[in-house]
Write a protein that binds this ligand. Structure first.
Ligand code: FES
Length: 143
């Protein structure tokens, strides 16, 4: 038959377990996964023939995201959201002036997407992009 000391010792051990157990459960519970960045998208140059030569450009949809791609050098490509930040018209590349022009109200942007006048509310959204052999690699997370 357990005596009083034995009872309190057992009770104390039980309380200790009760206090420790929630931490263990919390430590073992699944955590919410952190938002993973979208993996880069590879586009074969055979599918975007206009980008085979320097100065070529085109607007395409990449996984539902509209994107203006510009081959700006032998080994480089740029990618932007072509939506003008003034009133959401679609800009086009002006190869003669080497800039992006908006046909709606005359705004223009330099090759980094920076507005050249005060009309736009901000720069064009730019996506990290690069050439990798015969592929254009684009990240869908804007930089
Ligand atoms: Fe582009 Fe107005 S929408 S300049």
């Amino acid at each position: 038959m357990p005596n009083r000391r034995m009872f309190l010792k057992t009770l104390g051990t039980g309380l200790g377990l009760a206090l420790v157990a929630p931490r263990r459960l919390l430590a073992q519970s699944p955590t919410t996964p952190a938002a993973q960045p979208s993996p880069p998208v590879a586009i074969d140059l055979a599918q975007v023939k206009k980008l085979r030569k320097v100065g070529g450009w085109m607007i395409i949809k990449v996984q539902g995201t509209q994107m203006l791609l510009l081959r700006d050098g032998p080994d480089s490509v740029r990618a932007f959201d072509p939506t003008c930040t003034h009133q959401q018209c679609t800009v086009a590349y002006n190869g003669r002036e080497r800039r992006f022009d908006c046909p709606c109200h005359g705004a223009s942007y330099d090759l980094d997407g920076t507005p050249r006048d005060r009309l736009p509310k901000g720069p064009l959204k730019r996506y990290p992009a690069r050439l990798d052999g015969d592929r254009v690699i684009v990240e869908l997370e804007a930089s």
